[in-house]
Design a protein around this ligand. Structure first.
Ligand code: SF4
Ligand code: SF4
Length: 339
């Protein structure tokens, strides 16, 4: 294990950013944290609970795919892909690190492979940071995630004095090898881990029961009458999907600038009334159907296709951001308790 005193964290950030772009969570003027490129003078947020997750760095909200130049009947196809440079993300929570595994199964491993996503994943080094202050809305433990033992290329912990680092991959080892760090004992972070586990054992959602969900539950849950009541007040605003680290829907559109056409993709939401609308109409014409799709996908369909892995990591973002206080925990409790 390696360590650095907290007083020297800027030295560490400068050393990383001298070689690669470094993203850290930084508070905006309203105290809301987001991952932005490090620059001298920026302070890392105390709050790892960023409004949007680090997913944005692999799967941006808007991205050009290809451009076309039109000249009469001649069409020139221009590759819009730009060469991605290696980058480091520092301060990813354990739940968000798990979300990368969920996205990888869709964009990295499944056909057709997503070359844009794959290049960013390959060129990133993820430094996770154990959660010293999980929130009451957190329930990563329900999905078997230990916030005291985050995954990633490098796992990190902090106590009052120091940051501690452990490399888990070759990329992680290469990153740590070039940094101004001191050696630390292998058990240097054990006390921090113990304290985190004591806090998470007291979280109100720690016993969330997922046993009614998972592979093979479609028949049992699809026609549950609770979907109608749960979805009644949903505004279809899509906020829950945009803050979710595991949501992965996108649309592909053309921007017609006359002689040049830009084909881009942008995030979409299964909560929207025009999502997947085709000439024959909307396959899910009511908000109940759209609402059910979102939660069935996370809790049944995705696990069905991925050896039981749920497509939720318990980050709590949808609990904090939904304007009508609807969220996946209410769905799990309502549908789960009925069964
Ligand atoms: S469904 Fe909600 S709690 Fe689960 S990963 Fe998405 S935003 Fe987080
Ligand atoms: S559940 Fe909440 S955040 Fe999601 S679409 Fe409905 S109203 Fe918006």
């Amino acid at each position: 294990m390696k360590k650095i005193s907290k007083a020297k964290i800027d030295e560490l950030f400068k050393a990383i950013s001298a070689k690669e772009t470094l993203y850290i969570p930084v508070d905006d003027s309203e105290g809301q944290a987001a991952f932005i490129p490090y620059a001298e003078g920026l302070k890392m947020s105390e709050d790892l609970n960023t409004v949007r997750s680090a997913k944005d760095l692999f799967f941006p909200q808007v991205e050009s795919l290809v451009n076309f130049k039109m000249d009469g009947k001649h069409i020139e196809i221009i590759d819009a892909a730009t060469e991605k440079k290696p980058f480091v993300i520092f301060g990813v929570r354990a739940c968000d690190a798990r979300s990368f595994d969920i996205l990888d199964r869709v964009f990295y491993y499944a056909e057709p492979k997503d070359s844009f996503y794959i290049e960013r994943r390959d060129k990133s080094t993820v430094v996770t940071l154990a959660c010293n202050a999980p929130e009451e809305t957190c329930f990563c433990g329900a999905f078997g995630i230990d916030p005291a033992e985050p995954a990633g290329d490098v796992s990190a912990w902090q106590d009052g004095e120091s940051f501690f680092f452990k490399a888990n991959t070759e990329k992680g080892e290469a990153l740590l090898a070039g940094l101004p760090l001191e050696d630390a004992a292998d058990d240097a972070a054990d006390k921090v881990k113990e304290d985190i586990r004591k806090i998470t054992a007291m979280l109100p959602l720690k016993d969330l029961d997922l046993s009614k969900f998972g592979p093979g539950k479609t028949q049992e849950l699809f026609n549950d009458p609770a979907w109608a009541t749960l979805s009644e007040s949903c505004l279809g605003c899509g906020t829950c999907t945009f803050v979710c680290p595991t949501c992965q829907c996108f649309d592909i559109r053309d921007f017609d600038g006359g002689k040049e056409i830009r084909r881009y993709r942008c995030w979409d939401s299964c909560m929207y009334s025009d999502f997947t609308q085709m000439s024959a109409g909307q396959p899910r014409p009511t908000q109940k159907e759209r609402f059910r799709q979102r939660f069935m996908h996370k809790l049944v369909y995705y696990p069905d296709m991925h050896e039981g892995l749920f497509s939720c990591v318990g980050c709590g973002r949808c609990l904090r951001k939904c304007p009508i206080h609807m969220n996946i925990v209410k769905v799990i409790k309502t549908i789960g308790e009925e069964k």
